[in-house]
Design a binder for this molecule. Structure first.
Ligand SMILES: C[S@@+](CC[C@H](N)C(=O)[O-])C[C@H]1O[C@@H](n2cnc3c(N)ncnc32)[C@H](O)[C@@H]1O
Length: 302
């Protein structure tokens, strides 16, 4: 439990790491995985390992009930083949990458497949946090409803420094949503992890609300390379703190630049990531390495 928050000494995120004095251990390099030739082979993923590969076939080889929780930020399907102005979303960059381009029916099928796989590999009543925006969160929500998953909350991430709307034809988009699911049916869901007291302390002694004002990812978190939808560490830390416990095993199957993994590493949760782009895997690996090296530079005073 947190006693006193001193953010000045650890300006990167919201909280201090649980054990800043932990011995330095290098982060394993991303491991490339190919789909198994025998689909029935079960492979046990390693803790604190990022896998380079396509989430769905990779998840399909992993065992049931293996993770305590999943925190993930899937493609939003907002990339378009546009001429002229590109769609700019969560920061001053555009998402025009192929990983984010689907037809509606492809996107539904893709979402249903990964959500089913996440539910299978996460333990019963484990937390599942899924990021989205108004473009895709209703699709994800309707698939979750069809699967009869319990929705615990949806969290609004409000960006006080969101970029202006260049078309001037609508309100400036300045929020994203995080759907919080419990891995069970709406009737049977119980005892999901919620670190109520911890959240209350972080919120100055008042109950934490589901509206979180957190600025866009600061430049200092992008020193190892840019990802078009990199989430701020402060946001990821709050989710990890709220919905998991130290020692838990947490999955992010759309790891990007590794923000979920970094928050887990800092807060003593075991993490496993999957990311299909080697450039993003490399950024994630460098960020994790730097995090662990910094711990060595700032040991806890005896
Ligand atoms: C919205 S971004 C995640 C960003 C991440 N939260 C961060 O802070 O950097 C989604 C990521 O999923 C990856 N991706 C898309 N489809 C994938 C798939 N089928 N398997 C694995 N990764 C995938 C993309 O390359 C992209 O990096």
């Amino acid at each position: 439990m947190l006693t006193e928050l001193d953010m000045s000494s650890w300006a990167k995120g919201e909280v201090e790491p649980v054990d800043i004095g932990k011995e330095y251990e290098p982060v394993a390099k991303p491991l490339s995985v190919l789909a198994s030739k025998k689909p029935k082979d079960i492979i046990y993923p390693l803790d604190n390992q990022l896998y380079l590969g396509d989430s769905i076939p990779v998840l399909q080889t992993w065992p049931d009930n293996f993770f305590d929780a999943c925190v993930t930020d899937p493609p939003y399907n907002i990339a378009r083949n546009r001429k002229g102005l590109s769609w700019a979303f969560s920061s001053h960059v555009t998402i025009e990458d192929d990983w984010d381009r689907f037809t509606s029916s492809q996107y539904e099928k893709f979402t249903e497949t990964w959500l089913e796989e996440i539910c299978r590999v996460t333990r019963e009543n484990g937390n599942i946090f899924v990021f989205g925006s108004y473009h895709n969160i209703y699709t994800i929500g309707s698939i979750a409803a069809r699967m009869d998953l319990r929705v615990v909350n949806s969290i609004i991430w409000a960006k006080p420094n969101a970029q202006p709307n260049i078309t001037c034809r609508m309100f400036t988009e300045s929020t994203e949503q995080i759907l919080w699911l419990c891995n069970n049916t709406s009737k049977k869901a119980k005892k999901w992890t919620y670190n109520y007291q911890h959240m209350k302390e972080l919120n100055g002694g008042k109950q934490m609300r589901n509206y979180w004002e957190i600025p866009l990812t600061p430049q200092r978190e992008k020193t190892h390379g840019k990802h078009p939808s990199q989430k701020p560490l402060r946001l990821m830390e709050r989710l990890v703190l709220a919905g998991t416990n130290p020692g838990n095993r947490v999955l992010d199957c759309f790891a990007g630049s590794g923000s979920t993994l970094l928050a887990c590493d800092r807060l003593e949760r075991n993490w496993v990531g999957i990311e299909k782009d080697p450039v993003y895997c490399d950024i994630a690996h460098k960020r994790l390495e730097e995090e662990r090296r910094q711990r060595r530079l700032f040991p806890v005073s005896p």
